[in-house]
Structures are given as structure tokens and as C-alpha cells.
Design a protein around this ligand. Sequence first.
Ligand SMILES: Nc1ncnc2c1ncn2[C@@H]1O[C@H](COP(=O)(O)OP(=O)(O)O)[C@@H](O)[C@H]1O
Ligand SMILES: [Mg+2]
Length: 278
Amino acid sequence: MTIRDSEPLLTIEHLVVDYRGRRRSLPVRASDDVSLSIEAGETLGLVGESGSGKSTIGNAVLGFTPVSGGRIAFAGEDITQVGAARRRQLTKDIQVIFQNPYASLNPALTIGQTLSEPLRAHGIATDAADRRARIERWLDVVGLPAAAAQKYPSDFSGGQRQRIAIARALLVEPRLVVCDEAVSALDLSIQAQILNLLAELQQRTGVSYLFITHDLAVVEHVAHRLAVLHYGRVVESGATADVLASPQNDYTRNLLDAVPSPDPVVQRARRSRKTLLR
Ligand SMILES: Nc1ncnc2c1ncn2[C@@H]1O[C@H](COP(=O)(O)OP(=O)(O)O)[C@@H](O)[C@H]1O
Ligand SMILES: [Mg+2]
């Protein structure tokens, strides 16, 4: 699937992230000697139960969380120690889609204004007409009408807002997108649509995804490889089909047991229960 003729796009080596404890409590080691890599055009599924350290790794890649040890190389450059100016430049290449499109879109801005912001920040399509054309093209790509540019986040459903978040992430043509529980807040049928859209965009652009989720059912169809996290450590990794078919680790087996059964009725019941518990 992936031709290994060059180094991976992203290489994480022995990553350690400690969060300082409140008052006199001990620090939390949220990432404990994590090593993983993502090839260009590949999706790596990062799975594990809540609190296992998934977001910590995504946030370290995005520069939101200071790194206590190890190395994160993006296209060969160690990005753990870069300054603010380089970090701003890197947001062109490394974008993010969060779980909650309600919180991640500014309610006071039109969709057009929201989508203009990353273009302005990176000096792309500086001419107003170019910018408008690019925004309309991306709205079309994610399945929204051009008129959406004049509307506000409150005019859209959850699934539509996630489409807007996807357009915002992809219109600067990044090489890597961190998707942190990007479909976890959506209904099952909408989840499938958004996963299909992300896969189609990967085909079209060659973007890589670090696809973070607590839900193994979600990654089954989108991730080429999986890394399973438990208490901040990678306990298992490999090709998605191999890991799912013959998990080598008890923890992975337990995660799999939580995955819905093939019976769609049982499936829906379990899923909605999980959603309610979250
Ligand atoms: N900013 C923070 N300060 C202190 N502890 C944190 C912080 N963020 C996360 N943690 C802790 O780090 C561990 C991993 O959290 P996180 O990376 O959010 O896990 P996940 O995304 O898998 O649910 C948890 O024990 C969590 O409580
Ligand atoms: Mg998380």
C-alpha cells in the first residue's frame, strides 16, 4: 500500500510527556516512551480507552503540549523545540480537526471569514477574488453550497459543521492532519459520511492522518495501521487488519470486545450507550 522509498512523513521517537501534578501530587506521565511513524498518504489509527494518552500525543505533534523527552520529526525536522514563528509556519503543513465542531468554529464569524483566516495567515490567495474562489471550491469539495460562506455556524447541523472544520483544515493543503475524535460526537450515519469524505480527500490530496479515537469500530475502515495505547504506552501496533484479526495483547482484546457486534441492532444499542456514557 505504502511505498517505503523514503523516510516517513512523521516519526515519533521515545516521546515522553509529563504533566505537572496539581499542588504536591505526583506528575502524570501521559506519554511514556512512545515511538511511531506515519508515511505520506497514510492513516495511522491511534486507539485506546479514555485517558490512555491519545490526545497528549496529538497535542505534542501540534505543539500544544510541551515535550519532556524524545523526538518528533516532521519531514526530517525535529519540531519539539521550534520557536513560535516556525510553529506558526508549521500550521500550514500540520492541521487539526477536533471532536467538537460547536466549540472549534467561532460563532461570531461567517463561514467565509472562518475559512479566510488560515489563507491570510499563510499568505495564500491574497487577492479577495482568489480567496473567494478557493473557499467556494472547498465548500463544494466538502459537500456544501457556495452560499454557506455567508452563513454562521449556528445555521448548520453537527455533521455540516464538521464538514466546515474539514474544509478549514484542508484548504491550506497540509501534509498531515491530526483528527482527534473527529467523528466521535456524530450520529452513526453521519460518522460514515464524514469518514468517507476524509478517505476521499486523502485519495485526492495524499494527506496523512493521525486518526485518534477511543472507538475501534471507527478506525477499522480508515486506518492503514493501528497503534494501541494503554497508560501512555504503545502496547500493540501493526496493519489494521492484522491487529483486529489477531490481537496479541489482552488490553487490545478487551478494546475489541467493546466493539459492536455484527448485529446492527446490538451495534446501535451499544454505540448509543457508549455515547451517553462519555
Ligand atoms: N493538561 C493536563 N494536565 C494534567 N494532566 C493531564 C492534562 N491533559 C491530560 N492529562 C492526563 O494525561 C492522561 C492522558 O490524557 P489524554 O492524552 O487526554 O488521554 P486520551 O486522549 O487518550 O483520553 C490522563 O491521565 C489525563 O488526565
Ligand atoms: Mg482525548
